[in-house]
Design a protein around this ligand. Structure first.
Ligand SMILES: C[S@@+](CC[C@H](N)C(=O)[O-])C[C@H]1O[C@@H](n2cnc3c(N)ncnc32)[C@H](O)[C@@H]1O
Length: 473
């Protein structure tokens, strides 16, 4: 429905109409305009200075009234005046009480209000019914084709997308099942022959939310029209920041000390700490200036020959993998899961069945006979052991092996063939991501090797009497 609405024009409005729409709904613009930046039209619309602007001088660049902010609270307020929306949200149970669930379903509902194929009048149109018509179609990786996804083999984005598509499918089925008994939903959304909503619509509302939601101080995750027209730049290049003012309005202000010349772009940061994978995943681009993947989450498995494998997977509360990240000119890693991988019964790990008060059996992990409330506590306990260095050595060796496998997979993808159907953007992004992640992995491999050596030979003159770094690898 959403894709068709944009094509047929009933779910699309030109960006030139954005400012009149926003001003009509109480937004104030001070020295800025919204539109494409000449020379950077591929980045969509952005916020541009209409004159020279300096921090601390004049009012906020944009002031967005509270009732235009699309948040969980905002959706609940709308539902008070819109019986159909209320019914929809109520049917969703807990999911409808989360910011994500409420906002995604709200967006789907607003698109339905504009759909000419829905004969009866539905919902109460509000300013945000028009707002979604200004949102461009984002080519996030969830929309890449299978061939384009193949280009990501060996990158951490590949598994992130697979997991995301699975969770989107689960959400979509949950929404369909929850709303199937609402009469208008059954008729217009889910009818087997001419129902309007497909999985693609759920991916579309997810993309709107994922690429535009900001964590707004004092509000939480939300979409703030106008502020969400700001493009991203990181570090010193970030021009502005957003916050809530004392009246609850969303405001955009220049960062301290910033001066922006006329016709220059006013950017915000979507998160300087985000790595290349997350930037492509959530926003569909990486900055030209990005020279490191910054951070990667690499999955780990428990070896098949581990006698406690199945039980460990049940009791683990940690994400099954490790984070690799830039740490100054070195790399660092962190993982709660690795400790569960590298210790076993002979070290003191136990996994038992305990009976709960209602008579059910529950699997519990134990460390040296004491119950382990959370497997994430394992590191702290191991640290106190005399064999801590041994455990660390095991962990680091496993991580190094995993990094090596990831490097090998990426090497195999060094020169993939470009099929005719591969689009430019996925081709370029996948290529850059492979390069950036390979570079981070190679640096990490070297650093892990240093750690292995250090743990094995804490005293540099151990064993053969020469400094380990002078030994042949
Ligand atoms: C919050 S929206 C910003 C407004 C958006 N450009 C528009 O036309 O509505 C985020 C999207 O803008 C684009 N974008 C933002 N910053 C960018 C940048 N530095 N380079 C390329 N694209 C960018 C990406 O498509 C991203 O998903």
């Amino acid at each position: 429905m959403i894709r068709r609405g944009r094509l047929q024009g009933w779910l699309r409005r030109p960006i030139s109409e954005f400012r009149p729409w926003a001003e009509f709904n109480g937004v104030s613009f001070n020295g800025i305009k919204i539109g494409p930046l000449p020379g950077f039209e591929d980045r969509g619309s952005t916020i541009i200075a209409e004159r020279e602007l300096a921090a601390g001088k004049g009012p906020s660049l944009v002031v967005v009234p509270t009732d235009l902010i699309l948040s969980l609270e905002g959706v609940n307020v709308s539902a008070k005046a819109d019986q159909q929306l209320k019914e929809l949200l109520d049917s969703l149970g807990q999911f409808g009480r989360t910011a994500r669930g409420a906002i995604l379903v709200f967006l789907l509902f607003q698109a339905s209000i504009s759909c000419p194929d829905i004969a009866e009048s539905m919902g109460v149109p509000c300013p945000l019914t028009e707002y979604i018509k200004f949102l461009p179609e984002e080519l996030l990786p969830t929309f890449w084709t299978e061939d384009e996804h193949e280009l990501l083999l060996g990158t951490t984005l590949k598994s992130a997308i697979n997991a995301k598509l699975n969770s989107l499918l689960r959400e979509f089925e949950e929404v369909r099942t929850a709303t199937a008994d609402i009469e208008w939903c059954r008729k217009y959304w889910w009818d087997e022959d001419d129902g309007l909503i497909t999985f693609d619509d759920w991916m579309q509302v997810d993309a709107m939310y994922r690429s535009r939601a900001l964590e707004f101080p004092g509000i939480g995750d939300c979409m703030v029209p106008c502020v969400d027209m700001a493009n991203h730049s990181s570090g010193d290049a970030t021009a502005a920041l957003y916050e809530k003012d004392e009246d609850g309005n969303g405001v955009l202000i220049l960062r301290d000390g910033k001066t922006i010349k006329k016709d220059e772009e006013i950017t915000i940061t979507y998160g300087d700490e985000k790595g290349a994978c997350e930037m492509i995943f959530s926003y569909g681009f990486i900055e030209d200036s990005m020279d490191s993947a910054r951070v990667m989450f690499i999955d780990l498995t428990i070896p098949d020959d581990d006698p406690l494998r199945a039980a460990k997977l049940v009791v683990s509360t940690a994400a099954p993998g490790f984070r690799l990240f830039d740490k100054g000119d070195r790399t660092g890693w962190e993982s709660d899961f690795i400790w569960l991988v590298c210790i076993n019964e002979e070290d003191g790990l136990g996994i038992n069945f305990l009976q709960t008060i209602d008579g059910k059996l529950e699997m519990k992990s134990l460390w040296k006979g004491e119950e382990l409330a959370d497997t994430a506590d394992l590191r702290g306990l191991l640290q106190k052991e005399a064999l801590w260095d041994v455990y660390q050595l095991r962990a680091v060796a496993i991580l190094q092996g995993r990094v090596e496998t990831q490097i090998q997979t990426l090497y195999e993808m060094v020169d993939p063939e470009r099929g005719d159907a591969i689009r430019d953007m996925p081709w370029k992004l996948a290529g850059r991501l492979r390069e950036l992640e390979l570079a981070l992995l190679e640096r990490a491999y070297g650093d892990l090797e240093d750690q292995v050596r250090h743990l094995r030979y804490p005293n540099p003159r151990d064993t053969c009497g020469c400094h380990p770094q002078t030994r042949q690898r």
